[in-house]
Design a protein around this ligand. Structure first.
Ligand code: THU
Length: 131
């Protein structure tokens, strides 16, 4: 069901800018209008300025006016499934991306609900308690 999304993430990986870690990551974000936005990791010599593939895809789509998403896929060159980092999971919470597809370099994948990857997340509801 998510083969196409994984294929797009694998294509995105080819554009990764990862001269420091040599760990190439690709992401593909499916929105409610069935568009797919790709992202790759973009590193920086000031390591903290690096941006993960998932956030590149999410920020691209949001900057283009889309805020409603169905699923995001992530892959790397590894045969292991690549899971999103904690910061990316928090950004996925912000935009309520319900499904996360973790893939490997051969195109195999597993599907998770975001709640499984970041249980008890800090969300708008928590922040609004004090307002
Ligand atoms: N990276 C991602 O792009 N996504 C993740 O979820 C994990 C980490 C990138 C950041 C950095 O360029 C490289 O992988 C090594 O950490």
């Amino acid at each position: 069901m998510y083969n196409k999304l994984i294929e797009e993430a694998l294509k995105a990986k080819n554009n990764a800018y990862a001269p420091y870690s040599h760990f190439r990551v690709g992401a593909a974000l499916l929105d409610v209008d069935h568009n797919i936005t790709r992202g790759c990791n973009i590193e920086n010599i000031s390591f903290g300025a690096t941006c993960c593939a998932e956030r590149v895809a999410i920020f691209k789509a949001v900057s283009q006016g889309q805020k409603d998403f169905k699923a995001i896929a992530v892959v790397s060159d590894s045969q292991d499934f690549t899971f999103p980092c904690g910061i990316c999971r928090q950004v996925m919470v912000e935009f309520k991306i319900p499904i996360v597809i973790v893939g490997n370099c051969s195109g195999h994948y597993k599907e998770y609900r975001l709640e499984e990857l970041i249980p008890f997340a800090f969300d708008n509801f928590d922040a609004n308690q004090v307002l």
